[in-house]
Design a protein around this ligand. Structure first.
Ligand code: PGA
Length: 252
């Protein structure tokens, strides 16, 4: 079923102690909220996932990783498998973030493998897509996002695709303080939903959560989330400040 979702992507931030303090603060903030209409997910760096899943048992949020290996097991130094994530109760995993595409050469073909690994282990992929600034300026943004979705995910069967959460993150908006306008976000989200409708039918498309990411913060979240096809946000910088993250959640 389509859900409103606010997911925090901590990226490569916080020491263990700082992470513990932040989780504590956010958990306290969540305690005071009625979370019936929104799912909260937190995606810390790998070393803090277990700490997070411990907290998650008491507090009302889901835990996600920021990456997963496209390999199953064995001699892949430095990699973390979907099965390992499953074994510590991780429920979600971001794949295809633009920083991974850019700095670690992640391709849509690799993302197909990653999505497959996660789904096999019952972990829900949060699939990131989005165009670079020159691509938008050239009017090519719809094609870029279409190709990312088609190449990485449209080989999945409908039952598996139904488990995907999509995050539209225009690269020019990530960490820049420049947010997509609500019109730009709604337009792209509606387009993504139309692609899903064409491929998998109305029912699957209607039930897919499509999040917006890119300088989404406590001030602009309400306006962004008010759009009919924006089902929440993938939050970077603002998820590192408990007060701001809670305010974003309250925007629903
Ligand atoms: P930002 O990052 O909110 O700091 O722009 C979003 C993301 O990269 O997921």
């Amino acid at each position: 079923m389509r859900r409103n979702i606010v997911a925090g992507n901590w990226k490569m931030n916080k020491t263990f102690q700082e992470a513990d303090d932040l989780i504590n603060e956010i958990s306290e903030g969540l305690d005071e909220l009625n979370l019936r209409n929104v799912d909260v997910i937190m995606c810390p760096p790998f070393p803090y996932l277990e700490l997070m899943t411990d907290y998650a048992q008491e507090a009302n949020f889901g835990v996600g990783a920021q990456n997963v290996s496209c390999y199953e097991t064995g001699a892949y130094t430095g990699e973390v498998s979907a099965k390992m994530l499953q074994s510590i109760d991780v429920e979600y995993c971001i794949i295809g973030h633009s920083e991974r595409r850019k700095y670690f050469n992640e391709t849509d073909e690799m993302l197909t493998l990653k999505a497959g690994m996660l789904l096999k282990c019952g972990i829900l992929p949060i699939f990131c897509c989005g165009e670079e600034l020159p691509e938008r300026e050239a009017g090519n943004h719809f094609n870029v996002v279409k190709k990312q979705l088609e190449t990485a995910l449209f080989g999945l069967d409908p039952l598996d695709f139904a488990k995907i959460i999509v995050a539209y993150e225009p690269v020019w908006a990530i960490g820049t303080g420049v947010t997509a306008t609500t019109e730009q976000a709604q337009e792209m989200h509606a387009y993504i939903r139309s692609l899903i409708t064409d491929k998998y039918g109305k029912e699957v498309a209607k039930n897919t959560s499509i999040l917006y990411g890119g300088s989404c913060n406590a001030k602009n979240a309400k306006e962004l989330f008010a759009n009919p096809d924006v089902d929440g946000g993938l939050i970077g910088g603002a998820s590192l400040v408990a007060e701001d993250f809670i305010k974003i959640i309250k925007s629903f």
